[in-house]
Design a protein around this ligand. Structure first.
Ligand SMILES: Cc1ncc(C[n+]2csc(CCOP(=O)(O)OP(=O)(O)O)c2C)c(N)n1
Ligand SMILES: [Mg+2]
Length: 402
């Protein structure tokens, strides 16, 4: 039966509802065909691959690693609030998909000369744990204990681990792109197929060193991935105060290399984007700039905004994660996009985990972290006489570094 309701067509003509819908559908088909045509031409754009090459064990490990990072720092924050931890730090909660999704593509075990290298920043414990550093040694280093990754002399902002290829974490904004370019130069000079990832915040984009580093990497086709963890703020200013660009990745065009924007709250999207960049770097085709859009749940540093016992969505939302420069609505918006909750849901949806298996991973992670902080608590502080022991490398050590 003919539908008799009428709707106003775009040309102002009265049409029947059925013919109106037909018109809309026809226009939709034309738009789809046009976009398909456009996509077919953009041969450097890869569709979202959903980590198709990842088996269940790797996916479960990625989920485990995200939880390790979050619970490690939740425990750090709880103990700091209780006054029972020597360490400090810049909280990373909300950004776990960036470290885990990226580093899952890298060589993180094996001889030093074959590892892929990572450089990190003042917000480094996520990168260190994703790279595979001992959770005990990270807890001990942040507490400046002699059993820590750097024997207690590096502390929270200078984590490094030769065993995993975490070369340095540098708290100077602008350091990562320069060090990354230097290390990638070393790799290229040696002629291996190693890849270097320089993690940095959006604040580093605003430093001239960023542009020097990326341009030098580009003109020499270095095996470097410039990974911007864009949590949108550099301390207390929004990144839009430092640039007219909405997407920092657009700046890659100025240096003639690919620039990719990726959802930094989606571990599989980060995995896919990095996978393409790693293949390009290993093949000697040069650097890629990846900008992962993400959010940090808490204040820039310290534990303000965090509350004992709860953290983010996976362990219960924390309504006190608001502060003067970020609105409650903004924080709640990103809490609702929690990367761990999202990935957990995906793994259950895919049948990789069920509720029981997911809960078991979460319980096991908490036990591992409790043990790590117990280890840190019981460890001795460094011996002041050792202060210069790890500062200078002998010539033989220096030769082996890169
Ligand atoms: C050269 C330099 N200037 C200023 C600082 C002080 N500072 C520490 S962290 C930070 C903001 C960094 O923002 P971003 O790079 O986006 O990293 P995020 O803290 O958001 O992870 C600043 C300005 C610094 N460490 N180094
Ligand atoms: Mg930032």
């Amino acid at each position: 039966m003919e539908e008799t309701k009428t709707a106003k067509g775009s040309l102002g003509l009265q049409t029947t509802r059925r013919s109106f819908l037909k018109g809309i559908m026809g226009a939709g088909a034309a738009v789809t065909a046009m976009s398909a045509g456009r996509m077919a031409k953009a041969d450097n754009v890869k569709p979202y691959n959903f980590g198709q090459d990842l088996g269940p064990d790797v996916l479960k490990k990625m989920y485990n690693d995200m939880l390790i990072i979050r619970w490690h720092e939740r425990t750090n924050a709880d103990k700091r609030l209780a006054g029972t931890y020597r360490g400090s730090g810049h909280l990373y909660a909300g950004e776990e998909a960036c470290a885990v999704g990226c580093i899952a593509n890298l060589r993180n075990t094996g001889p030093f000369e074959q590892l892929d290298y990572v450089l990190s920043t003042h917000r480094d414990h996520g990168d260190a744990l994703a790279k595979g550093s001992s959770v005990r040694e990270v807890a001990a280093e942040i507490a400046m204990k002699s059993t820590g990754l750097d024997h207690g002399f590096g502390a929270t902002m200078h984590l490094s681990d030769r065993r995993t290829g975490l070369l340095v974490s540098d708290s100077i904004i602008g350091g990562s792109p320069i060090f990354g370019m230097g290390v990638a130069s070393g790799v290229k000079a040696k002629g291996t197929d190693q890849v270097v990832v320089a993690f940095m915040g959006d604040g580093q984009w605003a430093n001239p060193m960023f542009h020097t580093g990326i341009n030098n990497a580009a003109i020499r086709d270095l095996p470097l991935i410039i990974f911007i963890t864009n949590n949108q703020y550099l301390q207390y200013g929004h990144y839009s105060m430092t640039t007219k660009l909405r997407d920092l990745a657009d700046s890659a065009a100025a240096y003639g290399i690919p620039g990719v924007v990726v959802d930094g709250m989606d571990v599989l999207a980060v995995y896919d984007a990095t996978n393409t960049a790693v293949k390009r770097a290993r093949a000697g085709e040069g650097p890629t700039l990846i900008e992962a859009k993400t959010y940090r749940y808490y204040a820039h540093s310290g534990v303000s905004g965090s509350k004992p016992g709860i953290m983010g969505q996976i362990f219960g939302p924390d309504s006190s994660a608001i502060n003067a420069f970020r609105s409650e609505r903004e924080v709640r918006h990103y809490l609702a996009l929690d990367p761990i909750v999202k990935f957990r849901g995906t793994l259950i949806e895919w049948g990789v985990l069920d509720e029981t298996a997911a809960t078991k991973i979460e319980t096991d992670v908490k036990a591992v972290i409790a043990d790590a902080f117990d280890f840190a608590d019981k460890s001795p502080v460094p011996n002041p006489q050792d202060a210069l022991k790890y500062v200078f490398a002998g010539p033989a050590d220096a030769r082996n570094l890169v």
